[in-house]
Design a protein around this ligand. Sequence first.
Ligand SMILES: [Zn+2]
Length: 326
Amino acid sequence: MKNLNLKSLYRQIEREYEELRRLNKRELEERKKIVYAQIPEIKEIDDLIKGIGLASAKEQIMNPSSDSLERANEGIVELRTKKEELLKNAGYERSFLDKLNSCEKCKDTGVQEDGRRCSCMENRLSRELYNVSNLSYTLQRENFNTFDLGIFSREIHKEEGISPRENMDMILKISREFIDTFKINNDMNLLFYGPTGQGKTFMINCIAKELLDKNVNVVYQTAFTLCEVMEDQKFRRNEINDIKYRQLFNADLLIVDDLGIEVTNSFTAAGIFNIINKRLLGGKKTVISTNLSPNELTKTYTDRVTSRVFQKFYPIKFFGEDLRLK
Ligand SMILES: [Zn+2]
């Protein structure tokens, strides 16, 4: 990934957009073919609209001061309304023959009208730069379908008062709710804590898989690799590192796995909390897993910002036997 060539990546993505536009165009042609055969009047209307457009464009060139454009538009609006009526009466969506775009914001170009890069393009870049395809192998094995509640003990845990299995059942429900309400701005951020080997990373993978399948832009990093991204952006600046860094703030979901004491050097700790804090302020969701308890976290990251940040997280405790032995 270090020697990834951004130019060729842009070219590749541009080709993907081209292909997308081509497929959508072809799909629209297919739709027209079917509808025209079924309702010839619609073909006549489309031909009329085309004719009016051409004629008015011609007249505008010959006589720029004429009101031909206005009159033409009125005519077209009327015809379009009639066409939509016909479509609706035949059981189609009114917009069935409109130009098809997979992304309405940028019309499948990757660039919005105001010249800014579209979020679908950022999403695409992010998937590549964070190498989501590498993650997908893990996610094939670790997801809700392969999750086995049966490996958790039914025995009541003395200190916790419930069994690890009951606890995990609750965690499953909360994780499901997190996924189902992901697009709603409800301040739901998750903090998974507890010793190693309790299924925290597995549960994080379940969430990542489910949301990636829904086309959510997920950036998954361990605290360690997150620090690398921050350092790269500071000490090895280039466009790739800049995009990756921006994604930490802009991704729909940021997952920080394995946040621990090792990240206490002040540059990285401040960096991580800056990212999480900005995401909270922007209503972007974050999931953190850590081996530290909330108490240890507050002790380790003492300043006011961090304690305020953690208050915005829903703490979920993992406990029980070490599952790695099972
Ligand atoms: Zn777009």
